[in-house]
Ligand binder design. Structure first.
Ligand code: BGC
Length: 338
């Protein structure tokens, strides 16, 4: 008997974009980045974005690998919040809390491909009123575009027909060595953030902000991730980015010291969730068939702060009819010294 399709009988589309330096593959399931090949100085190429061998693996594995997370990326405490005096309950998929859009988040949807150019792809998704508990219909578009030979942009927009909340990001995991059987903890990281959000044991932000000064969260100057990993208790935290929300600005840089490959991340958002994976099972393999290291990749997810709908002191995630939510993410890749 054939195994039932995890895509409800539909076929996800795979599409790619290419420049002289990069070749990116995308999938309509989750509007996902499947792979990012970077040209090496010797003419070979290396995939630096974590992916699984088969498309069918993605729905079961649930790590949001390369996908667009929404309607609300990150956590909403107790899966509830108030909007205009009304209590809204959203789907709980991490204990009592809501993570990355709930049980059927945007990472699990088949998006439409609405535009396909030589240098850009646009995916679209309509999320109906009440989807995962959220009020209002949300129309979302995601455009991936190669802007320069070394620069990939992800532009996420959304509109609604009733007041709602929205927080959308891309959830790629990077390992710039290209070897996902190797820990990414040896990477060097720099983040433009003077403060981060301490969290409780369920990774819900505690009251207040904490200066990074003198802590394992100080990445204002480039530092090896592994060096203070034990002291940090594991990196899965929101960094409060310097600069103005709404302005596209470089906020982080990741480097593999061995190959010299690096990526620079820019965003228009206020926060950056930095997550050094620690959950991948070696029973899983990467695209090239090698067993995954538990810390196979680093997710750098620009977004508004976690649990904002319950935190009036955080940047607002509210979207009203007539407004356009827009989030720009850019990755600039460097192949390192030749
Ligand atoms: C979260 C992690 C979670 C991971 C799932 C990250 O954005 O912060 O806590 O385990 O996504 O892949």
């Amino acid at each position: 008997m054939p195994t039932p399709s995890p895509f409800n009988g539909q076929k996800p589309r795979i599409l790619s974009l290419q420049s002289e330096l990069i070749r990116a593959e995308f999938c309509s399931h989750g509007a996902r980045l499947l792979a990012l090949y970077l040209l090496n100085p010797d003419g070979s190429e290396t995939n630096i974005a974590l992916g699984f061998p088969q498309l069918e693996d993605y729905p079961a594995l649930d790590s949001y690998v390369g996908a667009i997370c929404g309607r609300y990326a990150n956590r909403i405490a107790q899966s509830r919040f108030e909007l205009d005096g009304q209590e809204i309950r959203v789907s709980a998929n991490e204990g009592a809390n809501h993570l990355h859009g709930g049980t059927e988040g945007f990472d699990r949807r088949l998006w439409d491909v609405v535009e396909l150019g030589s240098r850009s792809i646009t995916f679209a998704l309509t999320s109906p009123d009440g989807d995962q508990g959220y009020p209002g219909t949300l129309n979302t578009q995601v455009t991936y575009a190669i802007l320069d030979e070394d620069r990939l942009q992800c532009r996420i927009t959304a509109t609604c027909d009733r007041p709602t909340v929205v927080n959308l990001t891309n959830h790629a995991y990077w390992n710039l060595s290209g070897d996902f059987s190797r820990s990414a903890a040896d990477h060097l990281l720099q983040i433009d953030a003077d403060a981060y959000l301490p969290v409780d044991e369920q990774l819900i932000p505690l009251p207040g902000y904490r200066p990074v000064e003198g802590t394992a969260f100080d990445f204002r100057v480039e530092n090896s991730i592994g060096e203070r990993l034990a002291e940090s208790g594991g990196y899965d935290h929101n960094f409060c980015l310097d600069g103005e929300r709404g302005e596209l600005r470089p906020v982080a840089r990741l480097t593999d010291p061995e190959s010299g490959r690096s990526l620079r991340l820019s965003t228009t958002e206020a926060g950056l969730q930095f997550y050094l994976a620690r959950h991948f099972s070696p029973a899983l393999s990467s695209r090239d068939g090698k067993p995954l290291h538990p810390a196979a990749g680093i997710a750098l997810e620009p977004q508004t702060y976690p649990d904002s709908p319950n935190r009036p002191d955080f940047p607002s995630a509210r979207l009203s009819p007539g407004e356009v939510y827009e989030h720009l993410i850019e990755w600039r890749f460097s192949p390192g010294p030749g």
